[in-house]
Design a protein around this ligand. Structure first.
Ligand SMILES: [Zn+2]
Ligand SMILES: [Zn+2]
Length: 334
């Protein structure tokens, strides 16, 4: 008998599943990759075979033209990999198509969360707590200071500011995959049905969301409209365009940014953000610790962010844990 869990190993470039010779979210091209979701630090091009949800595969195809070798797995479906390893994809509540991956081998169960959150999100199904022996969790916002406010509060701030300045516009910097579409869908849920203007770089991803059943209402391209038409409107752009020459075509923009990092005042200042909106697609400290409790695994492996505080929390709560040292993960401006 092999030692328990010797079939799954953290390596610097990803989690390796020995009997199936495959990698989860590898940071370099491999023969067989299981991908949790479409963000660039998890989904890379160039793999021989890519196993992911249909939406994640569509996102990867849009970004890297990687239709070849794509193996779709629906939520709740289990596929058999070589070496007697079963993999199931379970909603992670992070962005469209995002999944946790449950691996089962020799009666042992491991869950890899990828990125996740526990808050409701109109653009993807909610995170499902899945019992397992080893729980491999992200820790992007793994410090007690991170406590994301309800998104309705942040939407209210945004709409109030817009109403107070009908001659201007509010320019919201938002990550192009996930955050932008969630902000638009939440604005619609808050009763804002005016056209929303988009930077050209957001257009294709918004269309892809709509093709996957997420309604975003009337979207217009900034390039097709005059300054006067955009007065009193919300404009969405990638964070990199916030302080760019591009924004000169807008009517006196009030600069906002939607990100969990907006909790940190210095980050808002660095980007000259007047209206910081604390909106994240990652679990905050309370969600991370609650999830570890609910999953109640024998062992927790912590990765992708601020591992130390969460490791300490596990120790204080008599939970076995270790921090992994994977390379190539970024904050993804989230
Ligand atoms: Zn992500
Ligand atoms: Zn990530």
């Amino acid at each position: 008998m092999a030692a328990p869990f010797s079939w799954i190993r953290p390596e610097p470039h990803g989690i390796h599943v020995g009997p199936a010779d495959c990698w989860i979210d590898p940071s370099r091209a491999v023969d067989r990759a299981l991908v949790t979701h479409g963000h660039a630090d998890h989904a890379r091009g160039g793999h021989g075979q890519t196993v992911a949800t249909p939406a994640t595969l569509a996102i990867m195809d849009l970004r890297y033209n990687t239709r070849e070798g794509a193996t779709p797995v629906e939520y709740g479906e289990t596929i058999r990999l070589p070496g007697g390893v079963d993999a199931a994809y379970i909603p992670a509540g992070h962005v469209l198509g995002s999944a946790q991956i449950l691996l089962e081998h020799a009666g042992e169960r491991v869950v890899v969360t990828g990125d996740y959150k526990r808050r409701a999100d109109p653009t993807c199904p909610p995170f499902e707590v899945t019992k397992c022996d080893i729980f491999i969790t992200e820790a992007t916002f793994g410090l007690p200071v991170f406590c994301h406010p309800p998104i309705a509060e942040e939407m209210r701030k945004l709409l109030d500011r817009l109403a107070a300045h009908p001659e201007r516009c509010v320019l919201v910097g938002a990550y192009a995959l996930g955050k932008a579409q969630r902000v638009i869908a939440e604005l619609r849920a808050a009763g804002h049905h005016e056209p929303i203007y988009l930077h050209g770089a957001m257009e294709r991803m918004c269309r892809l969301y709509e093709e996957h059943g997420v309604s975003l209402g009337e979207l217009r391209l900034v390039a097709d409209h005059t300054k006067d038409e955009m007065r009193g409107s919300i404009v969405i752009c990638p964070p990199s365009a916030l302080n760019d020459r591009w924004s000169r075509r807008l009517p006196e923009p009030i600069t906002a940014m939607a990100s969990g990092w907006m909790r940190v005042r210095q980050r808002a200042r660095q980007r000259n953000v007047e209206l910081p909106l604390v909106i994240s697609d990652h679990a905050d400290w309370g969600e991370l610790t609650r999830t570890i409790e609910e999953v109640d695994a024998q062992e927790n492996w912590i990765t992708h962010g601020r591992e130390d505080a969460l490791l300490r929390w596990c120790q204080l709560h008599q939970r076995r844990a270790r921090a992994l040292a994977l390379v190539g993960y970024e904050d993804e401006d989230d």
